[in-house]
Design a binder for this molecule. Structure first.
Ligand SMILES: Cc1cc2nc3c(=O)[nH]c(=O)nc-3n(C[C@H](O)[C@H](O)[C@H](O)COP(=O)(O)O)c2cc1C
Length: 395
């Protein structure tokens, strides 16, 4: 595969130095990076740092003598697979929104057919200024993308919105756009992840060891392949993937309701959450006090979400997970049939480097005809990749 090309536009804000980290992350992925700096950006950091990290000459002035005989703003506009403005000032956002092309960066943005992403960073009052808001809205309506700034303490001492998004997230977003293939464009993928909680009293609950890593990896894979992704997640400590609609739930009931609300419009549904099968028959709304003897809590069956989806299924491809500690494959075949699934991903949760909490997994995927496809131990992200390959190729 030929090398991907990213053009980074750097504008004049205090967060300029953070663009260096984005470039460094892209270079580690073997991506060619060209940098265009505005005149103001050069007031904050010299181009030398950007040149050293990108290993390309930095472009600053539209009227510099070209190094090779090509018109630079056109050649970079054509070369870019993605153009990212980081940090993006209120000024560059305003210029592009109003068709102004008066320097190398704004002219290249105007001339490119590549995806353009802005990562704004500015003082809170500037970010909340209705003119800036209007410009962002206008640019979004034309298909320009934004990585929203976060909230926090800004360089000027103010606290509020306007802090440049995390550089890891910015790099993740760029890599997502460069990802190939884009074979899930136009599809809606619904993923569930993590554990659920069955509450005993206001303090205690029953749960399981699921961390959500498998489902989050599947959601990221679907997003990178171009799908619209909805991730219904039980309580986890993992960062929500960018560009994915996340619905946070706690209980089985909440997960059921969230999934049912999204089900009809989904094309592919991957249920990787470890949903509680049982819940306490009675919930105590006061903390249960310690007593002298044993405490017995009677459990009753909770909703079987997967089974319910299996009966509601129309056009959807429904994928379930079987986390088993014994007779893994046999149990998975039974679950596949009983719940009317199209695929089941069976994994042995007591195997090392697989199952709960691990970054890798070893699974066997069984299709609706009962055909088994065993995958080697691989990252959970790669499991997601193989799973969508099977679904899309009807394997
Ligand atoms: C110290 C200092 C910090 C600045 N920080 C920001 C900022 O974070 N965001 C912003 O939009 N403008 C900021 N500005 C204002 C811009 O530099 C100014 O609007 C400039 O015209 C932007 O030009 P450019 O968009 O061509 O880079 C700052 C200016 C100064 C002097």
């Amino acid at each position: 595969m030929s090398k991907k090309n990213v053009v980074i536009g750097v504008t004049g804000g205090v967060a300029v130095y953070k663009a260096l980290d984005v470039i460094s992350r892209l270079k580690k992925k073997d991506i060619n990076v060209d940098v265009i700096m505005t005149k103001s950006a050069c007031e904050f950091i010299t181009p030398l740092s950007f040149q050293s990290l990108s290993q390309n000459a930095v472009i600053k002035n539209m009227f510099d003598e070209p190094k090779v005989f090509e018109i630079q703003h056109i050649s970079l506009a054509k070369k870019a697979d993605v153009l990212v403005v980081v940090p993006a000032t209120a000024n560059i956002i305003g210029k592009v929104a109003n068709g102004i092309a008066d320097d190398m960066l704004s002219t290249t943005i105007m001339a490119t057919n590549a995806k353009v992403i802005f990562a704004p960073a500015m003082n809170t009052n500037m970010y909340n200024n209705p003119i800036v808001k209007e410009n962002i809205k206008k640019l979004k309506s034309y298909g320009y993308e934004f990585i929203n700034p976060s909230s926090g303490r800004l360089a000027c001492g103010d606290v509020g919105d306007g802090k440049l998004a995390d550089t890891e997230e910015i790099a993740e977003m760029i890599l997502s756009h460069l990802h190939e293939p884009k074979d899930l464009v136009g599809k809606k993928v619904l993923v569930t992840a993590g554990p659920t909680r069955a509450n005993i009293d206001p303090v205690r609950f029953l749960t399981n060891r699921s961390t959500g890593k498998m489902g989050y990896a599947i959601a990221e894979e679907a997003r990178d392949r171009g799908a619209e992704v909805v991730l219904v997640s039980g309580p986890t400590s993992i960062k929500a993937p960018l560009g994915v609609k996340i619905i946070k739930v706690e209980t089985n009931e909440e997960m059921l309701n969230a999934v049912k609300a999204e089900f009809d419009t989904s094309d592919i549904v991957v249920k990787s959450a470890a949903v509680s099968d049982y819940k306490p028959k009675t919930y105590s709304d006061k903390k249960i006090k310690k007593g002298p003897g044993n405490l017995n809590i009677e459990l009753e069956r909770d909703n079987d979400i997967l089974k319910e989806l299996g009966t509601l299924k129309k056009h959807q491809i429904l994928v379930g997970f079987a986390a088993e500690s014994n007779d893994v494959i046999e149990n998975a075949h039974i679950k596949l049939k009983k719940k009317n699934l199209d695929y089941i991903v069976a994994n042995n949760i007591i195997e090392s480097n697989a199952g709960f909490g691990s970054d890798t997994n070893r699974v066997t995927v069984i299709n609706r005809d009962g055909k088994e496809i065993s995958l080697d131990n691989m990252s959970k992200r790669l499991v997601g990749h193989e799973l969508f390959n099977m679904i899309l190729n009807n394997k």
